[in-house]
Each structure stands twice: as C-alpha cells, then as structure tokens.
Design a protein around this ligand. Structure first.
Ligand SMILES: [Ca+2]
Length: 101
C-alpha cells in the first residue's frame, strides 16, 4: 500500500470492499420482513441481502428474542404480541487490507 491508502486490491473497482480510491468500504445490507405487519400471531419471513465481500455478524428480531450470530436467511419468526419491532442485522467487511492482485 502507498501512503494515504487504507487498502490495496489491485483494481479501480468500487463496491468490492476496497474503493477505487483505496479506502475501506462499509458493507450495505437490506432487510425485508414479509408481511411487514398483520394480525396476531404474526409469522414473518425475514430476508436479507449483502455484498459478497461482507459477512453477517449478528441478527436481532427486536422483540427480546436472543440475537442470532451469523444468521442464515430467510428467517421465519412468530410475533405473538402487539408491538412495533425493529429488526436489525450487522455486517462486517471481509476485507482485511492487502490482497494479492
Ligand atoms: Ca476495489
């Protein structure tokens, strides 16, 4: 790597973990609950997408259920009680710095 670079992957492509400006990129993930709301008990199917250079770390149903480490989607979950629940997932870049071009 050269001075001022956070990473070097031998290309000038963005959204692969190391940007064209040689800075580390933050993974982008999506979460979708189907259905997003409904009558009780609500059975939700939760899907997610991530970029291939990142990994899921932790998933939370948002209702007090223990978090899931390294989840595999889709997840199916029953919400038995009335409430607003915010689901979330954390992703981390696999990029560790320098990769042989
Ligand atoms: Ca790149």
């Amino acid at each position: 790597m050269e001075a001022g670079e956070e990473c070097e992957d031998g290309n000038i492509v963005d959204r692969d973990g190391c940007s064209s400006a040689c800075s580390l990129e933050i993974p982008i993930v999506t979460l979708v609950s189907t259905p997003p709301y409904g009558n009780l008990p609500l059975t939700a199917t939760i899907t997610s997408t991530k970029e291939p250079w990142s990994n899921y770390l932790v998933f939370d149903y948002g209702d007090g259920t223990p978090v899931i480490n390294n989840p595999i989607f889709p997840l199916i979950h029953v919400y038995p009680n009335v409430g607003d629940y915010t689901v979330w997932v954390t992703a981390k870049s696999n990029f560790t710095g320098q990769r042989a071009p």
